[in-house]
Write a protein that binds this ligand. Structure first.
Ligand code: AQP
Length: 326
């Protein structure tokens, strides 16, 4: 049996280049390698932990699926579905809740960051990593392609595995987080914050038009020093842009720095906008077509649910028996 890969996309807004470079691009590569059984889901339950407009949520969920397909997630090669359509995600999270210390969840970096950004600390937000552990372990995943922000959550999943196996007998294996070379793309307007859907001012969206991309890149903060360089400690803003250039062009970072030696910010930013626009073109064309075919998208997701559900049910049955339910 091929090892299992699981990852999710939270429909809390449109996908940005951080989501793409930190996770989605790799998710597609792993799928295409043919070495894994890949499960990718739209994490709608996770999205409900943030303040949202219920009238917009269904559209966001649908668009997130469109974006995943447009970026190359292929239903012939991967199982793709909506999290809430497989109720076992919530059921398993409940069991894991009973073995997870609250103090551990209160100490999670992402949780504390969301609070510092002014979010109301609802129980779902606190519980996010436990639901994520269930997302991963329902399918007994070995690898989880995620951005750096999710590393601590995968670590918690590993702790859940150890606790569960200790108390109820060996059931799960500890999964590993796998990161790309761009695990943390920073916000365009603040290089100390990661690019986040919930902070749109610093985001470059995969659906942005060439004009918007040019404008956003032009406005991206740099620093008072001159020259294009890569030194995330001393020059985080410029280094972030160099990393984005490298990832979109496929040119290694040292060569990017060499290529733009002595070149001003304006020229570098023009070329950066161009390489992003060019790379995103096929994605945007596919997206435009798929957005018009809601029936196809919904039926593909339904087919994904049919594949995911029996596997989730099997794990849940095993867990229920182990923890003493009848
Ligand atoms: N800035 C980032 N750089 C690299 N990777 C990132 N990811 C998120 N932001 C960056 C990774 O993208 C995948 C999908 O993310 P998500 O949809 O699950 O939501 P998130 O991690 O909470 O991302 P956001 O954009 O910051 O959403 P909000 O603002 O709504 O919380 C994940 O693998 C994530 O690590």
């Amino acid at each position: 049996m091929k090892p299992v890969i699981v990852s999710g996309l939270k429909p809390s807004g449109e996908l940005h280049i951080g989501n793409y470079l930190g996770m989605l691009k790799q998710a597609v590569e792993l799928q295409n390698s043919n070495k894994y059984r890949c499960f990718y889901f739209i994490a709608d339950y996770h999205a409900l932990t943030q303040r949202y407009n219920p009238k917009e949520k269904a559209e966001e969920i649908y668009k997130m699926a469109v974006d995943a397909f447009s970026a190359g997630i292929d239903p012939k090669k991967s199982v793709i579905f909506v999290q809430s359509h497989v109720s076992e995600h919530a059921n398993l999270a409940w069991i894991f809740n009973t073995i997870t210390p609250v103090g551990k969840l209160q100490g999670m970096i992402e949780y504390k960051e969301k609070l510092s950004e002014g979010q109301i600390p609802n129980a779902g937000l606190l519980d996010y990593p436990v639901l994520m552990a269930a997302d991963i372990l329902l399918y007994k995943a070995e690898f989880v392609p995620v951005g750096e922000d999710q590393r601590q959550h995968v670590e918690l999943t590993r702790e859940v595995v150890r606790t569960f196996n200790d108390r109820f007998g060996k059931t799960f294996k500890e999964p590993k987080a796998v990161h790309t070379k761009a695990p943390r793309i920073m916000s365009l307007d603040n290089p100390t914050k990661k690019m986040s859907k919930s902070m749109p001012a610093g985001c470059l969206y995969l659906s942005d038009s060439p004009e918007v991309i040019r404008e956003k890149v032009k406005r991206a903060v740099t620093d008072s020093l001159t020259g294009i360089d890569y030194d995330p400690e001393k020059r985080p803003a410029v280094s972030n842009l160099v990393l984005v250039y490298s990832e979109f062009s496929g040119v290694p970072i040292p060569e990017v720095v060499k290529k733009f030696h002595g070149v001003g910010y304006a020229k570098f930013k023009e070329e950066l906008a161009e390489v992003i626009t060019k790379t995103l073109k096929p994605f945007q064309e596919k997206r435009k077509k798929l957005l018009k075919d809601k029936r196809l998208v919904m039926s593909t997701l339904e087919a994904g649910t049919k594949k995911a559900k029996p596997i989730a049910q099997k794990t849940m049955k095993e867990v229920a028996k182990k923890v003493g339910l009848i």
